[in-house]
Ligand binder design. Sequence first.
Ligand code: PMV
Length: 350
Amino acid sequence: ADTKVYRASTTAPVNIAVVKYWGKRDAKLNLPTNSSLSVTLSQADLRTLTTASCSAAFQDDVLLLNGEPSDLTGARTQACLRELRTRRAALESKDASLPKLSAMRLLLVSENNFPTAAGLASSAAGFAALVRAIADLYELPSSPTELSLIARQGSGSACRSLFGGYVAWQMGSQADGLDSQAVEVAPAAHWPEMRALILVASAAKKGVSSTSGMQQTVATSGLFQQRITDVVPANMKRMEDAVAARDFAAFAEVTMRDSNSFHATCADTYPPIFYMNDVSRAAVRAVEVINAAAGKTVAAYTFDAGPNAVVYYLEENKDLVLGAFYPLLEKLDGWKDGAKGLKSSVQFDE
Ligand code: PMV
């Protein structure tokens, strides 16, 4: 029997949204209630490396995540595997000389180069790397946008990690989700001075998962309706213009306003959801102090579904921003915890 092992490896970066995805209109297909836009971080600092292999000798699908056996049976992971196998099977049925990889079990070995316990969303890089590694193994002729349609079904934000630079996830309008995909807004080289500082306010796992937080927000927040009909469409347009013009002050204002708007809808749910904590709020104040002292906007904060801050700034203002943060946050518990994990300034990627 053929016991050959077929193998492919790839990496995918972490992305941090500056206009947030928050709300599903279809939970099964991960179709969002609004478009979103993100910045992809440097793979030197934050990425997932995944090797996908398959062989007729393998008995089961297996995922090893940072060396530990991990669950592959979740509906979202299964949706990704099913989509990829279906595409491979279509190629095999057209060309009988191709090995029947679609019928073989998969071994997926995934490593993050950052502490998973740092409380950073790793699912985006994780699903993006998983989907691309298997697509490469299966030799599927897929563009990043096509792969984004599959990665989206694993974790919504993962669809944006198929690209570097500035990336939009277009919400789409179709019920089948075939137009809910990621597109490049600008490559990293368009605005290569962009930097991100990650402040680990808590390494604990987040309290309310993004899936249940979104569900509760859609179901109970009154503010949420206004966010998806007015706030986000305006922020998407402003953000695309800010990136096109490399206008940091505009980029920063939209980033901070959109983060505030997202966390306001969380606080507006019943019962309320609080992702930000006292350390998060200290980081907001620190950014305000930095910008006031500089006499212009040189730093922008944003928060995902957890207390950690991501602060965007330009390389030319590095000393101003980092210099202000170290002494301010050194005194806080959260910063000292975080210093063991991740406190680096993350550079931009190609
Ligand atoms: O991709 P998910 O289901 O983990 O949701 C991510 C939600 C946010 O990180 C809060 C926002 C975003 O656009 O990434």
